[in-house]
Design a protein around this ligand. Sequence first.
Ligand SMILES: Nc1ncnc2c1ncn2[C@@H]1O[C@H](COP(=O)(O)OP(=O)(O)OP(=O)(O)O)[C@@H](O)[C@H]1O
Ligand SMILES: [Mg+2]
Length: 261
Amino acid sequence: MTIKKARKIAIANEKGGVGKTAMAINLAAALTLEGKNVLVVDMDPQHNATIGLGVAINDEMENIYHLISDPRASHAQDSVCRTKWKGLDLIPSHMDLSGAEIEMVDEEGRENRLKEVLSDIEDAYDFIIMDTPPSLSLLTINVFSAADEVLVPCQTHPYAFKALGDLFDTISEVQEEIHPELKISGIIPTFFDRRTRVSRGILEKLHTDQRYKDLVFESTVRVNSAIAESSDIGKPVVFCRTRSYGAQDFMAVASEYLRRK
Ligand SMILES: Nc1ncnc2c1ncn2[C@@H]1O[C@H](COP(=O)(O)OP(=O)(O)OP(=O)(O)O)[C@@H](O)[C@H]1O
Ligand SMILES: [Mg+2]
């Protein structure tokens, strides 16, 4: 008998507000609609993925902070929350996570904490999707170390395009120093607005740049207010506004991901 092992996907970009969290929760949701079992791990102290999946956390609940700060004292399973949707689970985050980095600074194996934590539960899922904070911190390094691959949402804006180079350099360093098998499996253009020259121009650059062109998804995530509105009410757009551009785009991203894999 072969034991199923989840594919672990980091959603990362050091630039803030490029659509990482929207991608994490909606790609996860879209994959469940394809019949997959998915766990979202919220590794951002801002805990936007937790909010966006409608999970209300309180101080008594086990969350990712407990797992990361003392993996031997906690069990990953105790931190897993079921969401309202079949096949979609979450390990929630909490503001306390921002302190974990300082607490772990001198500890041995600090960059492998999340990897250890997930090894206990990964056979229960097809995919584990990890959301990251908008900075290169020990939290993001933990995600890279635990991941098989990185998916990069890139806002179709000049600053975001410029920041992509820094992210690729960071990932090269991670590959050299801690995780040679880590691969970048895709760049997904986000906040695409066909009406603006800037947005079209950056999409064109992504598709022609030697470093990026083979990684860029054909699918884009267009600017769509339903995405923000649905995360505000704690529901992925693919579940609650099924006819919106946002829902259509994330479904297309998920099926392209499954095809490319
Ligand atoms: N394609 C889109 N169109 C319109 N709004 C979007 C789109 N994608 C995301 N948003 C909204 O834009 C805001 C920023 O997106 P999101 O939180 O996903 O970015 P992020 O990269 O995770 O940000 P951070 O770096 O702070 O974690 C959120 O309010 C989100 O709901
Ligand atoms: Mg985010």
